[in-house]
Design a protein around this ligand. Structure first.
Ligand code: ATP
Length: 361
């Protein structure tokens, strides 16, 4: 029997509400499938922890997390704590220390999701560079508070970093039977860093003759996302471009409540972290109406990363089944179901699907 050790960080706002449902799904699978076991350890590192302790997590937090196979993360953000504190003192240290240089965001339109793209086949992935790029804290401000005040924020694009993310994107395309990789660039205006990005992506593309590379300026690509999303296979983008495209991608397939993500250390030297694209949603926190699908799907990505794609597929099929049946829908999907209603409907569907699978074998 395989034993997976999972660190759980529910975070703020709706984070704990949706994480609870994801953990219930994992517990159910563990109960139904005797081939694996999961050991969960929950950590209360969030804004409340910061207000009490003056820091987002303990000094030895990263050493503690290092011992786990994966991290299931909810969401972080609270109006009592500045966003740059929650981001730079919790999420960024985890991503950086554990070399989670890939942020993978599937953009898949599930059956039964209402919206203007209903009935279309949209199924692509955004591979976002997660360790450098525009989100470096290199820079500074001069002459603060004066009319001469200036700010410089440096973008860090390296040949090695770009090649690593490009290689992941091409490899992902190859493994998933996809024929194109689309690179997001702006080398006509950002002539130093983005030109290096283009060169490095192109160089890696040569190693994958069966996958075609296409390069689009970010503004044109944003329009492409809206006009022809069904033509996209794998999109590779720098940190900022990937961040923006991810929310756009989420919007075309039903919104933030349906969008998962994975922060990956592909080499497996450190734990990878799985979290929904959405934030802590303070406007609906505490009401019990957040859609838990993004979080449950993130848990599915975690299972896939841990080598159990079969179980990840069952979760996704169960989510789709519930959406198609249209009986249980949270308010973001036009219904009145609660977070717990959605969680239990998905668990029921999992049970049913596994029974059918068992009957077939
Ligand atoms: P952050 O800065 O942490 O990203 P935010 O409020 O800008 O916070 P989100 O927390 O992602 O961004 O929320 C954006 C909008 O999407 C909010 O109106 C929120 O209620 C909605 N939303 C986010 N996640 C969900 C969810 N799981 N279910 C339903 N609605 C959601």
């Amino acid at each position: 029997m395989t034993n997976y050790r999972v660190a759980v960080i529910p975070g703020d706002g709706i984070g704990p509400e949706v994480v609870k449902e994801a953990v219930h799904v994992l517990e159910l699978l563990e109960k139904l499938d005797p081939s694996f076991q999961m050991e969960f350890a929950a950590f209360d590192w969030n804004s409340e922890y910061f207000l009490v302790n003056g820091k987002m997590m303990p000094e030895d937090a990263l050493d503690t997390l290092k011992n786990y196979d994966a991290i299931l993360f909810g969401a972080i953000g609270d109006k009592r704590v500045p966003d740059d504190v929650t981001v730079w003192e919790l999420i960024m240290p985890i991503r950086k220390r554990f070399n989670q240089y890939i942020n993978l965001r599937p953009v898949k339109l599930l059956k039964g999701v209402p919206g203007r793209y209903q009935g279309e086949t949209i199924d692509f992935a955004i591979v976002r560079e997660n360790a450098e790029g525009e989100y470096s804290n290199s820079g500074g401000r001069l002459y603060p508070g004066t009319e001469q005040e200036m700010a410089i924020q440096n973008t860090v694009i390296t040949r090695t970093g770009t090649k690593k993310v490009a290689r992941f994107a091409f490899d992902y395309a190859k493994k998933h039977g996809k024929s194109t990789v689309t690179s997001a660039t702006k080398s006509n205006a950002i002539v130093h860093s983005m030109k290096l990005w283009d060169e490095a992506v192109k160089e890696v593309g040569k190693e994958f003759p069966a996958v075609q590379l296409q390069s689009y300026y970010i503004d044109a690509l944003a329009a492409y996302f809206v006009m022809r999303p069904e033509e996209l296979d794998v999109v590779v983008a720098s940190n900022l471009f990937g961040d923006i495209l991810s929310d756009l991608g989420a919007a075309i397939v039903g919104g933030l409540g349906l969008s998962p993500s994975a922060n990956l250390n592909p080499e497996g030297e450190f734990p990878s972290m799985f979290e929904p694209v959405h934030g802590s949603a303070p406007d609906i926190a505490g009401k019990g109406i957040a859609n838990p699908i993004a979080q449950i799907w993130s848990a599915a990505l975690m299972l896939e990363h841990l080598g159990r794609k079969d179980l990840a597929d069952v979760i996704l099929a169960a989510i789709e089944r519930v959406l198609v049946q249209k009986q249980v829908r949270t308010p973001d999907l036009g219904g009145s179901a609660t977070t717990m209603d959605m969680g239990s409907a998905i668990r029921e569907a999992i049970q049913l699907l596994l029974l059918v699978k068992e009957g077939q074998s």
